[in-house]
Design a protein around this ligand. Structure first.
Ligand SMILES: *Cc1c(COP(=O)(O)O)cnc(C)c1O
Length: 371
């Protein structure tokens, strides 16, 4: 345990070997396509620098972030030997930052395209860009109308070297959804507008599982790298990469009919042993959940409400009770990120990206694999 972790109230342990092994599995599933890694939102809360370094040393050469700031941070960690693309484009006036840190903007609008063309002209050099096309999600990307303009006026790409043409699937987690094939057809049609050398990319994690037709030259998994099941309700092909544990702050024995927590939401139906854990909704734990903590395989159900900084659990049936100061697990093989998401009425993505700001992070990497 790192010194920070040994002082912490709650710990987010990241198994970098699992992330690397998930990346290798996805690379294999993607067959001939290059497997990139989406490390936006601090690698979904796991730490973009650590994840980026581990994946780069495993052979990953293309990374996606959402924001310029995330790209600058990632560059500091991984150096300059890999491509870094910025999904949410370029706020006006930031072109120089992209150039200096060798970040490739994903251009989503005709206005952005014009700004980059102007910038390339002013600099008198060719600028690398990626183009996102909207093929039916109506979120980000050039519209079919914009693409038609490009087709009739190739000068709109003057001074720009299009490295990648991409689109994003709206319904990939539901394989039989007709939108998948529709978007595939639309992408096949629209992408021909860019020069031949540009690579094509359509699939996120769930898109990879839709099969070969969806792989093109490059796939862009995020969630599956981090152990989130790409298809909700299906046995996940990827390994869990995260453990969340919290320190036991206090143990108490209470008589029958004791009320617990805010609003006295629970009333014990027997003499009970309660443990108060150092984790709460300010750590990103969803407030409306009635789950369990685990100690040496024993489940301790939540009692009362999740507070800002603590959760009380019922350890009465725990054959082996944790001591004050010891850690118990809240995300572990017995209770996965997807289980927590289901209990909170959301998806694993939201749980993961909300965790982690207040935790001490502990990284596990097999010594032999560490670069
Ligand atoms: C977030 C994102 C991804 C990764 O999606 P996952 O479902 O996490 O694999 C890929 N492409 C784009 C454009 C994204 O925004």
């Amino acid at each position: 345990m790192s010194p920070a972790a040994s002082r912490a109230g709650a710990i987010l342990s990241v198994d970098l070997d699992a992330v690397v092994s998930n990346w290798r599995l996805l690379s294999k599933l993607a067959e001939k396509a290059e497997c990139a890694a989406v490390v936006k939102a601090d690698a979904y809360g796991l730490g973009a620098s650590e994840v980026g370094l581990a994946l780069q040393s495993a052979g990953c050469r293309t990374f996606f972030v959402a924001h310029l700031e995330e790209g600058l941070e990632l560059r500091k960690a991984i150096g300059f030997s890999s491509r870094v693309l910025v999904l949410n484009g370029t706020p006006a006036g930031t072109e120089g930052d992209f150039l200096k840190s060798v970040l490739i903007p994903v251009v989503n609008t005709a206005g952005e395209l014009a700004a980059w063309r102007g910038y390339a002209r002013d600099k008198g050099r060719s600028m690398p860009v990626a183009l996102q096309l909207d093929t039916g999600m109506s979120r980000l990307g050039l519209s079919p109308g914009d693409v038609a303009m490009l087709a009739t006026d190739p000068a709109l790409l003057n001074g720009l070297s299009v490295e990648l043409v991409m689109s994003h699937l709206a319904c990939a987690d539901t394989a039989p959804h007709p939108a998948n094939r529709r978007q595939l057809r639309e992408f096949g049609k629209l992408r021909t507008v860019v020069p031949k050398h540009a690579k094509s990319s359509l699939a996120n994690s769930a898109g990879i599982l839709l099969g070969k037709d969806f792989h093109f030259d490059l796939v862009r998994p995020g969630a599956a790298l981090y152990g989130i099941s790409p298809v909700v309700g299906q046995t996940s092909p990827v390994r869990q990469a995260v453990t969340v544990s919290a320190r036991v702050l206090q143990l108490r024995e209470v008589p029958i009919h004791t009320h617990v927590g805010y609003g006295h939401a629970s009333r014990m139906q027997r003499r009970s042993r309660l443990a108060t854990l150092s984790i709460g909704y300010a750590d990103g734990w969803p407030r409306g959940t009635a789950l369990s903590a685990f100690y040496k395989g024993h489940a301790m159900p939540f009692t009362g409400r999740v507070s800002m900084d603590s959760i009380v659990v019922d350890a009465t049936d725990c054959a082996d009770t944790p001591r004050e100061g010891e850690f118990v697990d809240l995300i572990c093989p017995r209770q996965t990120v997807d289980d927590v998401a289901r209990a909170a009425g959301t998806i694993g993505y939201e749980i993961m990206t909300r965790l982690g700001r207040r935790f001490a992070r502990d990284y596990r990497r097999h010594a032999a694999l560490a670069a």
